[in-house]
Design a protein around this ligand. Structure first.
Ligand code: HDE
Length: 712
């Protein structure tokens, strides 16, 4: 570690400290320091700046140079300050989550609007108007912590409620079912979807042999596969995803009576997804698209909001369902058990520190409060073990509940002691229970948690899968047949895309063979898309697929809200653009609830026709139209001709068209539209037709889709 000759010019200021560094002369050099030339910047404590110290509180006079015997000699081992700093740095990363490593989170609150007192004694679900603080983390599943936000993947939706009766964690996903029925298969499904162990790819993607090999040999995955191949797994924003607790839980009331419950989160902005080509382009436009979107929404006061809804049902109801509700590959259609909205979640504060909060938060499905209990779902039962176990190694020991983001906000006390990273100083001689030696030790309370006395089924012990779990295709069929025509086409195309990345022919064939049970027409579309000469034979199904009633509530497209609330409109401008047109577009979009961003070939902005400079929010090449929900192009005729030769501008409009978005264009912009091959079409309007633009911008032009892409 030889000292190199400083090359930086001395900085003459002491940044904002209020008191200048008196040990330096006017050039910033340290007076009286015979050792070293002091050419580097030294900023001194003072004013609001406290002294910089080691972790032991030792104030530091020099945070620029390590300790050496002479000016150009090796560094001394004695330098305990350097060693402390580097040692801490070396250990700054902790193991990332084995699944759900990539996540974004925010603080907020839950407000109960309807009491569930007849069903539960959990105060968070009975005290109407009570606001409970919470922390919510959204995640992708397969990719590492540094992977992109927008791959085709399930999204985690984990909420930690800091209730008065302890922390309740509702650790769900944006899809109401799961790939497998039994926790025993979780390591297998996760291994299969993550990067292949020999080659180390793909990162964050299911389009590879090992995943589809597992799927083809595990028909219980079929229902979840339909969801995973739908647009649900390519959301437009984390603010527009639904959330589901997935498993059946129990609510238990004061009398000890139990009712089954499924939890649902419904986004206030409505559910909205991207189209695949858009998701692909978002990956290159902005790796952090969802994280940035959530951050910007919260920072600008557009607080994301969800309704909490429940489906309540009894054992007798469950006995009448044509499926077993304890099987996590099955959902309960809303048409069978309606949703009741009981409260709302608002996310209103971004974490102060990403690592301390988003990274260190530890969710656990076994964190419940009195009045909420588990069902016998074998997948849920396995989860009750896994989370604490994985967090012991991820967070370094048994005391991670003391980390501020994990600690309950209500009083908590027990007799667990010691261990790695004990932050408290427990007092007294009693660390056991029962005890009689101390007057303030924690004791049991009748109001505490009791497990519901669920009667056990008759039968023999064994590694057994219930016969009622054997129907793997009926709900997959129901989901597929419930979708609108464009959504069905997207599922077929997603399957073709994913299977086209599978190198092993027999795996592709095996997947298509299962699709024959889901829907023969879907199987045929996928087989055609893959260029198969003939459909492979269908595998034997233990339970013949049933034609269940379709559930229109499972669609997205019909349920996208006709609004600009929470969406973003981009306006492409250049020198000479008409200021009045830009102004009226901006005003109309903003009063409809949208954020407006200006894009120009140069970040400095454009000199408009009225001579005024309009600064840009994004530079054209780095801000493709994929990041917007609707776009406008306002150009002088000279600029139009110029940008018609600029690939980034032509792609800007072509992609907006291909992604089924509204486009407003003035006369000068027509040259760019023409270069992009865009003819007049529904949703392509004149920039003067503000009303027409706003109406078109609130939705996507689904009937345009057959014109822009060959879907399977
Ligand atoms: Fe998880 N899951 N999971 N999971 N899961 C984890 O816990 C696990 C499952 C979910 O933002 C891990 O702390 C098993 C279903 C979310 O921090 C781990 C099984 C659902 C998150 C784990 C499942 C989920 C996790 C990894 C099958 C939807 C991220 C890191 C029995 C209802 C939480 C960690 C966050 C995280 C295990 C299945 C949701 C390994 C064994 C089903 C949202 O413990």
């Amino acid at each position: 570690m030889a000292a190199s000759k400083p090359t930086r010019k001395p900085a003459a200021r002491s940044a904002g400290s209020g008191t200048s560094d008196r040990s330096r002369d006017a050039t910033g050099k340290r007076a009286g320091d015979a050792r070293g030339n002091g050419d580097e910047l030294h900023q001194s404590a003072g004013g609001a700046h406290p002294p910089l110290t080691t972790n032991q509180g030792l104030p530091l006079a020099d945070n620029q140079n390590s300790l050496r015997a002479t000016e150009r000699s090796p560094t001394l081992l004695e330098d305990f300050i350097l060693r402390e700093k580097i040692t801490h740095f070396d250990h700054e990363r902790i193991p990332e989550r084995i699944v759900h490593a990539r996540g974004s989170a925010a603080h907020g609150y839950f407000e109960l609007t309807k009491s569930l007192a007849p069903y539960t004694r959990a105060k968070i679900l009975t005290e109407v108007g009570e606001k409970t603080p919470l922390f919510t983390r959204f995640s992708t599943v397969a990719g590492g912590a540094g992977s992109v936000d927008t791959p085709r993947d399930v999204r985690g939706f984990a909420v930690k409620f800091y209730t008065r009766e302890g922390n309740w964690d509702l650790v769900g996903n944006n899809i109401p079912v799961f790939f497998i029925q039994d926790a025993m298969k979780f390591p297998d499904v996760v291994h299969s979807v993550k990067m292949e162990p020999d080659r180390g790819y793909p990162q964050a993607g299911s389009a590879h042999d090992t995943f589809w090999d597992f799927v083809s040999l595990t028909p219980e995955t079929m229902h979840m596969i339909m969801w995973a191949m739908s647009d649900r797994t390519i959301p437009r924003s984390l603010r527009t995803i639904e959330g589901f607790g997935v498993h059946s839980f129990r609510l238990v009331n004061e009398a000890g009576d139990s009712t089954f419950v499924k939890f649902h989160w419904r986004p206030k902005l409505g559910i909205q997804s991207t189209v695949w080509d858009e998701a692909v382009k978002l990956q290159s436009a902005d790796n952090d698209f969802h994280r940035r979107d959530l951050f910007e929404a919260i920072q600008s006061g557009n607080f994301p909001e969800w309704e909490l809804a429940v489906q309540l049902f009894t054992q007798e109801d469950a006995d009448g369902f044509p499926f077993d509700h304890l099987d996590a590959t099955k959902l309960i259609p809303e048409e069978l058990v309606p949703l009741t909205v009981v409260g709302r979640m608002v996310l209103d504060r971004w974490p102060d520190n990403f690592f301390a909060e988003t990274e260190q938060v530890a969710f656990c499905p076994s964190h419940v409060v009195p009045g909420i209990d588990f069902s016998n779902d074998p997948l849920l039962q396995g989860r009750l073990f896994s989370y604490l176990d994985t967090q012991l190694s991820r967070l370094g020991g048994p005391n991670f509940h003391q980390i501020p983001i994990n600690a309950p906000k209500c009083p908590f006390a027990n007799l667990q002691r010691d261990g790695h990273m004990q932050m408290g100083v427990p007092k007294g001689r009693v660390n056991y229970e029962p005890s009689s030696l101390q007057g303030d030790t924690p004791r049991e309370t009748p109001a505490g948690f009791r497990s519901h006395a669920t009667p056990a089924d008759d039968g023999a012990k064994g590694r057994i899968r219930a016969g009622s779990f054997a129907d793997h295709y009926s709900q997959a069929r129901m989901f597929f047949r419930s979708q609108s025509a464009p959504e069905q086409a997207h599922i077929a195309s997603a399957l073709v895309f994913e299977l086209s990345k599978v190198e092993t022919a027999h795996v592709r064939e095996a997947v298509v063979s299962h699709l024959r049970h889901v829907d023969p027409a879907l199987a045929q579309r996928v087989a055609d898309g893959l260029g198969m000469d003939a459909l492979p034979p269908a595998p034997e199904a233990r339970v013949a697929p049933q034609d269940l009633d379709p559930s229109p509530a499972l669609r997205i497209i019909d349920r996208m809200k006709d609004t600009l609330e929470g969406r973003c409109v981009g306006i492409l401008v250049h020198d000479g653009s008409d200021a009045a047109t830009i102004k009226s577009l901006r005003k109309a979009a903003e009063s409809a609830g949208a954020t407006v961003k200006v894009v120009a070939p140069k970040l400095g902005g454009a000199r408009l026709a009225d001579g005024k400079k309009l600064p840009a929010d994004g530079q054209l090449a780095g801000t493709p139209s994929a990041v917007f929900d609707a776009v406008a192009v306002v150009l002088s005729s000279d600029a139009g001709k110029q940008l018609a030769k600029e690939a980034a501008a032509v792609d800007w409009v072509r992609d907006a068209f291909g992604h089924l978005k509204a486009i407003a264009a003035d006369a000068g912009a027509q040259a760019v539209l023409k270069a992009g091959g865009i003819a007049r079409d529904k949703g392509v309007v004149d920039a003067g037709d503000i009303k027409g633009f706003i109406a078109a911008a609130k939705t996507r032009q689904w009937d345009r889709e057959p014109k822009v892409r060959l879907l399977a």
